[in-house]
Design a protein around this ligand. Sequence first.
Ligand code: MG
Length: 380
Amino acid sequence: MKKRVLILGSTGSIGTSALVVARQIPERMEIVGLAAGTRFEQLDQQAREFGVTHLCLADESKLSELKGQERDLYGGADGLVELVEATKPDLVLVAIVGVQGLRPTLKAIEMGCDIAVASKEILVMAGEVVMNAARRKGVHLLPVDSEHNAIFQCLEGHQGGNEELRRLIITASGGPFRTWPQEKLREVTLQDALRHPTWEMGQKITIDSATLFNKGLEMIEARWLFDIPMSKVEVVVHPQSIIHSMVEFIDGSVLAQMSTTDMCFPIQYAVAWPDRLPNKLKPLDFAALAKLEFEKPREDAFPALRLSREAGQTGGTLPAVLNAANEVANEAFRHHQLDFVGIWKTVEETMRRAEHIDSQELEIVVHADREARDIARSLI
Ligand code: MG
């Protein structure tokens, strides 16, 4: 069956990988709409290559650059929702950074579309509301993040309930500072932090991988996605990034999912699900791998995991606050307005100061997000 796929965030790193997948499995994946933030030239090129006429650009001032052909153009944050309504896709790949992905996701769920979720914010900020809506509508949430996709694969065919799961084990590369002494972390430069050992990604997420906030956000996502208490979500450092995550069952059996590090694997799995399709992606060469290592994460030196666990356990608006404060602090670090250690401090202080509301309704989390940004900015 060919799936009609709408890609929100088509010019980012996940979006472009999704189009690599679309080139490889054209008989199974038809692109019916594309949305980008500001890169109108790249969006225009993608639209031409895949014959897509429904386009959205968040930056409305550049919208006129896309005119000239028979196209349906949408702009701004409302445009994302309108694009979902106009294209009526089978599957929406949500790969936009930030809070903007939330509204179109809820709209798509309401319309009965499956969601391939790559944006962390959706499950971090509103995991409870999104998962409840999906369950109500009988919509599938297919995780595209490599870790959650791995867990999703390990749980395929598992007939028992979640009480048969002992723990979800999320693997982390550990980032570029895995072995740095704690005192030295103050001196981290932007260049140091942008050097990720195994994955090539956008700047924001690369910094999040260095602070381990990326892993912390993934813990929170897993908690909602798999409907499991936070206490059963663990992180293990695995520098080779070959095992993408694992599930341990109550009988002590552990299932792991492995592949070379290429986001095309989880994206293809989400699009082709529940089928598996052949592709030209690089297979694992076990002889060349030599070894797989594991170690305990250094929670004392990298407070992101502790803060994320606290936010996930508390629920309500606290995960949204953590996420927003981290986004502000991450950006400030990239603009040399904050040192590396200051990212954690800003997030923790914002969590202490922000008002907590025990709800994840859309308006409430959007408000909490805005308030947390103000607090974080005032701290920087
Ligand atoms: Mg990940």
